[in-house]
Design a protein around this ligand. Structure first.
Ligand SMILES: [Zn+2]
Length: 570
């Protein structure tokens, strides 16, 4: 493909509104252009990459036995009224009326349409399992669309829906989609992790998020080489230490600590490290106030406090409530002498023979505090947030904590929609039962943006080979030189005949401009044809991601480049 004939407008400047690197680079590399707030056009280079993600998704969905359909973008309000979501979906649902005054919406998701379809077409257990998917444009009227195609209002999504006779069959469908998603993101050449997640607004009993790891990600995930992954809010902390021996700890001692409230003040004043201090926090929940202690260098986890009590919410109590429960101003709370609230200690405190804590009176702390000896806690529990280097909950390894971007989400929906919309079937005994559903989404454009967040440098995009708009770019430095162009076209023709996707930069531009654009576009392998090299019968080859350079003889260049690309396709 000749650069001079392509609509491939590169830019030196970042767009003013762009906050994340993928947005900046997709714009500068001519992949996308903005039409309106949160609405983008895919340009030729961007579309080539987008279609590669789509192709990988199609292959893996088909392999998993799913069938492709294409549902309408415009949906009638009746279906949303039937499911009950018309009233509570809120302003993200773009609603309008047609010329007959009928309420409609632009589909942000397709549970209603697909459930209606299956209700009409599937009546018997013999017609299941069935899994239907589509790759289609969706619209969610986000109040603050940001990050380019990462969080746009109009976006392309793969959504799949499975229909089964019972929970166990639905579990099998879920497992197959989990595996298909692993293959999709592996084949895209991405580093990712699947984490257990809360199922959020869509509802349902169980879900996993697929997160592409990138430092700019909005979510934090804990992952281990054994395959374990979880959102840090959810990840359990396995206590791997033993119980410390407290038999020779001196008696409890009250220490005057005037005005020493913060952990930093207390540790400096008492000459101890945060690892030797228990910090005491009071949480307010719908089950009442609760006091918890964690090591001062650890973070208390409100979600774990909530789960421990079986509460619906848990948040830090007000200063007044802290005083009410502890009898002390904030900064001097401790686990001893608490009235009217349970006291739970985090497991990590088991590893300390004794600790320093607030004394529940102003300007005082205790040292040599031993739980069991000096006071009796209500119980011990995992109450802190996991962090880098903590033991993995599933194996003997340790977890790493990384940031991630959610690119896929799979849900067990159960019978939420089938019951609301009366999608039933007759089982082998002729009994009517609700169909059991699952739903499975991949943000197609977002996957590309996440790939860039994970693969770029100061000069531009470093596409993984499976997602690159072109696999090889040829840079003839002097396009006015006939011999240079003859060699360049010869290599292009032979590579294309070998099935390699080639971008030939035939523009009459300075070498500096061509090198800069090649780096910005992120084509994985660059072949440079300069006058001196040609005289010696060699081309200069550079790998975009590693930056490795080598000289390859013109006789071998086609085989070399073909092998290099094919090895890296997935
Ligand atoms: Zn592990």
């Amino acid at each position: 493909m000749q650069y001079s004939k392509l609509l491939l407008p590169t830019l030196k400047e970042d767009p003013a509104e762009a906050e994340v690197v993928s947005h900046k680079l997709m714009f500068r590399a001519g992949c996308i252009r903005k039409l309106s707030m949160g609405i983008y056009t895919w340009m030729p280079a961007g579309l080539r990459s987008l279609q590669k993600v789509e192709r990988i998704i199609r292959e893996e969905m088909n392999r998993a036995g799913a069938q492709e359909v294409l549902m309408p973008a415009v949906q009638p309000a009746e279906l949303w009224q039937e499911s009950g979501r018309w009233d509570y979906y809120g302003k993200e649902l773009l609603r309008f009326q047609d010329r007959h005054g009928r309420d409609c919406c632009m589909g942000p998701t397709h549970e209603e349409v697909i459930t209606d379809l299956v209700k009409r077409e599937v009546h018997s257990y013999r017609q299941m399992p069935i899994n239907l998917y589509q790759i289609q444009t969706k619209f969610r009227d986000e109040i603050r669309p940001r990050f380019g195609v990462m969080r746009s209002r109009e976006f392309i999504m793969k959504d799949a829906y499975s229909f089964d006779v019972d929970d166990s069959a639905a579990g099998e469908a879920y497992k197959m989609m989990h595996e298909a998603y692993n293959k999709v993101f592996e084949r895209c050449g991405l580093k990712f992790v699947a984490v257990e997640a809360d199922s959020g607004a869509i509802g349902g009993s169980f879900s996993h998020e697929f997160m592409v790891l990138a430092s700019s990600g909005e979510d934090e995930v804990a992952a281990c080489d054994c395959g374990y992954g979880a959102n840090v809010e959810k990840a359990e902390v396995r206590y791997a230490g033993g119980e410390a021996d407290s038999s020779s700890v001196p008696p409890l001692e009250l220490v005057d600590t005037p005005q020493q409230r913060t952990i930093e003040e207390v540790t400096t004043f008492m000459k101890v490290s945060p690892e030797e201090v228990a910090k005491t926090l009071v949480f307010e929940t719908d089950k009442g106030l609760v006091v918890i202690c964690v090591r001062a260098d650890h973070d208390a986890n409100p979600a774990k406090v909530k789960n421990l009590l079986g509460a619906n919410y848990a948040e830090l109590a007000t200063d007044e409530d802290v005083m009410k429960v502890t009898g002390a101003p904030v900064g001097f709370a401790g686990p001893m002498g608490i009235k009217d609230a349970p006291v739970y200690l985090d497991n990590a405190l088991k590893g300390l023979p004794s600790f320093v804590s607030g004394a529940n009176k102003a300007d005082a702390h205790y040292k040599n505090m031993v739980p069991g000896r000096d006071f009796t806690p209500t119980g011990w529990a995992d109450l802190r947030t996991i962090r880098q280097g903590d033991p993995c909950p599933r194996c003997e390894g340790t977890v790493t904590v990384a940031r991630g971007i959610e690119v896929g989400h799979i849900f067990k929906l159960g019978t939420k929609y089938s019951e609301a919309m009366k999608a039933t079937y007759l089982d082998a005994d002729g009994k009517e039962k609700p169909i059991v559903m699952g739903c499975y989404g991949i943000g197609v454009g977002r996957t590309l943006a996440a790939a860039i967040e994970q693969n770029h440098d100061g000069n531009g995009i470093c596409w993984p080979v499976p997602l690159a708009p072109w696999e090889v770019t040829i840079l003839p430095l002097k396009v006015k030189d006939e011999e240079t162009m003859r060699v360049a076209r010869d290599i292009e023709t032979k590579l294309e005949a070998a099935g390699i996707e080639v971008l030939l930069d035939d523009r009459d531009e300075r070498p500096g401009v061509k090198f800069k654009d090649a780096d910005l576009l992120g084509v994985p392998l660059r072949i440079t044809l300069g006058a001196r090299g040609l005289a010696e019968g060699i081309a200069e080859v550079k790998e975009r991601t590693s930056g490795e350079e080598s000289s390859v003889s013109l006789d071998d260049i086609v085989t070399y480049a073909t092998d290099w690309v094919v090895e890296r396709r997935k």
